[in-house]
Unconditional design. Structure first.
Length: 393
């Protein structure tokens, strides 16, 4: 069991470096489009502040190649100033004398957000020189950034190796929710999996075949399974190795007595149609491209979801960002929102879809992790969590 911030005995006057996950969508005008990750980190920030710590926040935003004003954390600092009772300020650096001076000027309970750690090359490379420069700023490290816990970065994995450490409330909540969900499932356990590439989800598919009772597969990756059944996928070119992967998954499911349901109809566009009208077909023919699951599939999947004791969902059912192909993903989101069983949604795109449809409050647990959620389910641990000290009982 990992040490949490509750186990930190004396925080008064201590400089606490807190890694948070503020990688949120921001438009060109600097407006935050979805503040879920920021809001969920506030309990940890406020706890540290109320205990009299000088709270220094570390986060990344996007994947910048060096400094990029469009990916500055300044808009997030402005939001925090409105949401947190303590004094919140912003520094446009992560290391150096300016940062040290700003920290020295902090009063107990103050909060300081540093600039995007990915503006520095050493972050993603987990350069320990960079990690040491960050660690030198504080006395205690708290990791509350579950969304990047699967990555060995300087600001989480590196700093945790150099300072006394603990996890925050959000990290603790994520770990408890996912562990209970996978180790003590409520039956029948239905896993809904979508997204694009089947090759990136081999481990998670195998994991769910072992633990879940029913797998509902949609999204672009479903076409590898459709092809594995000998059916046409139209103009969509499915790599042969992905078809073989799908065949292996289907064979394993059959051997274990697990149910896999695939789309029975599809929302397609005929390439020869100049107007590109959306048509619903049960069988995709040569000049068609499938972009979403059809209404029969939504009903089929929804029936299984309604009978479930618990449901996990990761990956949209189609190209939901395009309003012409939103019905599949929205239909499944609605079915999960109305389900009587315990519901857990994981993954950045899936969580964003649920939020955009207004169903977030009807989901029992909405994980802030994308790749981290999936990696934790696959392996039961994550690098940035493994380096956190154990709780002394």
């Amino acid at each position: 069991m990992k040490r949490t911030i509750r186990d930190l005995a004396e925080l008064q006057g201590k400089v606490v470096l807190c890694r948070v996950e503020f990688n949120v969508p921001i438009d060109e005008a600097g407006r935050i489009l979805d503040a879920t990750r920021i809001i969920k980190a506030i309990p940890t920030i406020e706890y540290l502040s109320q205990k009299g710590a000088k709270v220094v926040l570390l986060s990344h935003l996007g994947r910048p190649n060096g400094y990029d004003i469009r990916q500055s954390l300044w808009p997030i600092a402005v939001l925090l100033m409105k949401k947190i009772k303590a004094s919140v300020t912003f520094c446009n650096s992560v290391i150096g004398d300016e940062v040290k001076d700003r920290i020295n000027a902090m009063k107990n309970g103050d909060v300081l957000l540093l600039e995007n750690v990915r503006f520095y090359k050493g972050e993603s490379e987990c350069d320990m020189k960079f990690a040491k420069q960050i660690a030198s700023l504080g006395q205690i490290f708290v990791d509350d950034a579950f969304g990047v816990a699967h990555r060995e970065n300087a600001s989480n994995f590196g700093v945790a190796r150099l300072l006394p450490n603990a996890i925050g409330f959000l990290m603790e909540k994520e770990l408890n929710a996912l562990t209970t969900f996978m180790e003590k499932p409520k039956r029948p356990f239905v896993a809904v999996l979508g997204g694009s590439k089947v090759e990136s989800k081999i481990k998670i598919l195998n994991r769910f075949i072992e633990v879940a009772d029913v797998l509902l597969i949609g999204g672009a990756m479903a076409y590898a399974f459709v092809s594995a059944q000998g059916k046409s996928t139209g103009l969509l070119n499915i790599q042969r190795e992905n078809v073989e992967i799908a065949k292996g998954i289907l064979e394993k499911a059959q051997a274990l007595g697990k149910k896999i349901l695939l789309p029975v109809d599809h929302a397609c566009v005929r390439e020869s149609d100049p107007k590109k009208n959306v048509i619903i077909v049960e069988n995709i023919v040569k000049d068609m491209i499938g972009y979403d699951i059809g209404p029969k599939t939504v009903r089929l999947f929804s029936d299984e979801i309604a009978k479930a004791g618990q449901i996990f969902w990761n990956g949209p059912m189609g190209w939901y960002e395009n309003s012409r192909f939103i019905k599949g993903t929205k239909g499944i989101a609605e079915a999960i929102a109305q389900a009587k069983g315990y519901t857990l949604v994981g993954g950045g795109d899936t969580a964003a879809a649920v939020n955009s449809f207004g169903f977030a409050k009807k989901i029992d647990y909405l994980s802030t992790g994308g790749g981290a959620t999936m990696k934790f389910i696959e392996n039961g641990s994550l690098p940035a969590i493994d380096v956190i000290q154990e709780k002394y009982i």
